[in-house]
Design a protein around this ligand. Sequence first.
Ligand SMILES: Cc1cc2nc3c(=O)[nH]c(=O)nc-3n(C[C@H](O)[C@H](O)[C@H](O)COP(=O)(O)O)c2cc1C
Length: 363
Amino acid sequence: MALTTPLARKMGIRYPIFGLAHNIDVMVALGKAGGYPVFGAARSMPEEIAEEARIMKDRLGDLPFGIDLMLPSTVGDDTDREGTKSNLPDSHKAFVQELTEKYKVPPATKPTFFSSQIRSQQLFEEQMAATLESGAHSFASAVGMPPEMIQRAKDHGKVTFSLVGAPRHAEKAKAAGVDVIVAQGYDAGGHTGPIGTFSLVPQVVEVAGDTPVLAAGGVGHGRHIAASFGLGAQGVWLGTAWLASKEHALCDALLNKLLKSDSLNTTISLSHSGKSCRIVKSAWSEEWDRPDAPEPLKMPYQQVLTADLVAGVNEHEIEPLLYEATGQSIAWFNELKTVDEIMQRLVSETEVALDNMQKQLAG
Ligand SMILES: Cc1cc2nc3c(=O)[nH]c(=O)nc-3n(C[C@H](O)[C@H](O)[C@H](O)COP(=O)(O)O)c2cc1C
């Protein structure tokens, strides 16, 4: 039995395995390995998006790829990062200063996306314009799905994806005419809602009707992929899987933390962005969980508050504080592999799992 679905055939990919990463090498390797790459551009400036898309198009040739943006409607119009930063509560600034001193974090020498600007509706509009003009085959929206953005993407000939964490979000996606709904459960790395993948996917499938659904959150083994078909999905969407790839080339300290982690080593925290986000446990999450720690600020202010410290942590590899968005699926990624090897493992495990299911059902 070939491992394909109507959606995979429609999208022109060998396997119904979709993946999101913020790394071009991972995306190119995933496309070449028969999956569908969706580049996370939420942390890219508009001019970077144009360049990143150009590179992916060059390297992928005729293979399709998508671009994903975060478009939360709760973020406002403020574009003055420095002014905003100086107005943040003193208690919060003091806490960040305390962490900086306690862990001896030197200042970063290079600016990062978050240390150089503030998320705003203006930025989202410019990111969207760059995405629409790019050679990407599809557009994915996460944490917010303005119907007019979906329509604009469709008008530009893009296939549209929307990540949803609850059946009512799926209803909105359906009403907006989204082409593929990604049901992303609580197990997932990154921003996530409270409904577990196993409960969420069939509910979204019911709402979606003839709109195809992908299962996301906690997928790390072919058994999950086989189960996703049972839940009514036409494929899977993975994020954590690619962090442990050679192509991603995480720094050794963070990579080793992830390779040693299992599902218990992740936690939901507001400390990353102000929205609930699953990250790998570290001194970062522990410090913010302290009873005397301040309540994280709402998006986008939490990252205005922490960006300089996080930039220093990442640049100087301050091991205790290093963290990344990480799903419970991390349990299945405890060896450094290439993206192609990860794909081959997932595909062969799925084939075995489907075969076993048939044997079991045949008695
Ligand atoms: C490091 C990382 C970064 C992520 N960034 C985004 C993002 O920018 N946009 C998005 O739609 N989803 C993002 N996600 C969530 C993924 O799209 C995906 O839904 C999720 O990883 C699936 O669960 P898994 O982590 O168990 O595979 C991210 C996930 C990870 C692990």
